[in-house]
Design a protein around this ligand. Structure first.
Ligand SMILES: *[C@@H]1O[C@H](CO)[C@@H](O)[C@H](O)[C@H]1NC(C)=O
Ligand SMILES: *[C@@H]1O[C@H](CO)[C@@H](O)[C@H](O)[C@H]1NC(C)=O
Ligand SMILES: *[C@@H]1O[C@H](CO)[C@@H](O)[C@H](O)[C@H]1NC(C)=O
Length: 406
């Protein structure tokens, strides 16, 4: 009896009354199942000869395997009540299914009645019990993803705290270490995707299809080495909305050696959308890197912008170099819809974490090979865009606009 007490306690059942009821119910269930078992030793659902028209498209063997922990009788009862509730199902099946063809359905789903189609998904976690409609106490409206290695856990822990419960958190693990993160409370509600030695854009292309992340108003795609002391995500989004930014990033602390003027944080400013660069760097003040430009380390996309950008990400170009110059192709007018939020800013710490995941070759350090590939990809990406645009304009029989030059 004391053993049983332990068992029940470990199941977190506290009230003694309930405990007693559970024990009795279980006991009765066991006895009943046993009696049933000896009365019909070979009873099996598949052999029960249910009229197949009642159970049109369900493989009974599969069901039986899946629910083998239930008693056969319980399963049969469940079937019976299902039949009872859906008296019309027999009739429904007589209807010639092959008559359904809806060309406006998603490609491949034309045979389905539109009412059953769920063309979009989400990252909401659900329970295994209760009513589905009561699963979610909160439906996060925003998504933040970090591409992480465990070595950066303290940095990520600090960053995650700047994102409220209105955010779904996704971690892409490039070092294969996931269970270690369980020390953080928030890790339990996060989505963990573990694939070794891949980059942010590789994960994004595979796991953040616009139809999957459709419920989120904004998507933060962040690196792991960002200092967030002066950043708050909800405040950031207020400014993004106020200034109509479709693609944005927080300003970067200017004291570090930064590549671009555009992404430098400015004092006494909420948001900026244009900048001046070194002489000769900008062919047009409305074009990158003087406007319509943010970097790819801490990018924030609106739902609509992401729906376009995802399609531009190439499966084989994993570092995303050059993507920052092309983001503007997804929003219009780009020099007004792309910008940097100055009053919620971050520090780029420049930890060469993924670079270390490279491979040492011909006497060169791993990071050198990675850097080389980054540059190569940038060239390839530029070439592909130029070729694609040229092909389009030629096919349309029109001269390309001058501004597509870059
Ligand atoms: C169902 O539709 C197919 C194709 O249109 C047809 O060949 C078949 O005879 C139909 N069956 C019934 C029962 O109407
Ligand atoms: C979460 O979103 C709701 C609805 O927009 C808002 O009222 C609430 O303040 C947000 N939570 C935080 C912590 O900002
Ligand atoms: C595009 O460039 C050509 C040659 O440089 C020039 O003649 C033309 O006016 C330009 N068109 C526009 C719309 O700026």
């Amino acid at each position: 009896m004391s053993k049983m007490g332990n068992l029940v306690r470990s199941g977190n059942i506290r009230k003694p009354n309930e405990t007693m009821r559970l024990i009795i119910t279980t006991f009765v269930g066991i006895v009943f199942g046993f009696l049933l078992g000896i009365s019909f030793p070979t009873l099996s659902l598949t052999k029960m000869n249910l009229p197949s028209s009642l159970l049109p498209s369900i493989d009974l063997t599969y069901i039986e395997d899946k629910y083998s922990s239930l008693s056969t009788q319980a399963l049969y009862d469940a079937w019976s009540s299902l039949k009872g509730n859906k008296g019309s199902s027999t009739q429904l099946h007589k209807f010639n299914d092959s008559k359904i063809w809806v060309p406006t359905n998603p490609r491949g789903a034309e045979r389905l009645p539109p009412g059953i189609i769920e063309s979009e998904s989400d990252f909401y976690l659900r329970r295994l019990w209760g009513l589905p409609s009561e699963d979610l106490t909160i439906k996060p409206r925003y998504l933040v993803t970090f591409t992480v290695g465990y070595d950066q856990k303290n940095n990520i822990n600090a960053a995650v705290k700047k994102f409220s419960e209105n955010f779904t958190i996704v971690l892409f693990h490039y070092d294969g270490r996931t269970s270690e993160w369980e020390e953080f409370e928030w890790s339990k509600r996060a989505i963990h995707v573990s694939v070794q030695k891949q980059t942010k854009w590789w994960y994004a292309k595979r796991f953040l299809h616009p139809d999957i992340v459709a419920p989120y108003d904004y998507i933060f795609m962040w690196d792991e080495d960002l200092g967030v002391e002066h950043f708050d995500a909800e405040e950031y989004l207020k400014l993004v909305r106020k200034h109509g930014l479709e693609i944005s990033q927080p300003g970067l602390e200017p004291n570090k050696g930064l590549t671009w003027q555009m992404t430098k944080k400015r004092d006494n400013s909420e948001v900026h959308k244009v900048t001046e660069e070194r002489p000769g760097w900008c062919s047009d003040p409305h074009l990158p890197p003087c406007a319509a430009f943010v970097e790819i380390m801490a990018t924030v996309f609106s739902r609509d912008a992401w729906r376009c950008v995802w399609y531009m990400i190439q499966n084989d170009l994993v570092h995303g170099w050059g993507l920052d110059f092309a983001l503007r192709k997804c929003v219009e007018p780009a020099h007004e819809r792309i910008g940097v939020v100055d009053s919620q800013w971050i520090v780029h710490q420049g930890v060469p974490s993924l670079g270390n995941q490279g491979q040492a070759e011909s006497g060169k350090a791993p990071w050198e090979g990675v850097r080389q590939r980054c540059r190569k990809e940038w060239t390839m990406f530029q070439d592909r865009i130029a070729t694609a645009e040229k092909a389009y304009f030629e096919a349309m029989g029109i001269d390309p606009p001058n501004s597509t030059a870059r």
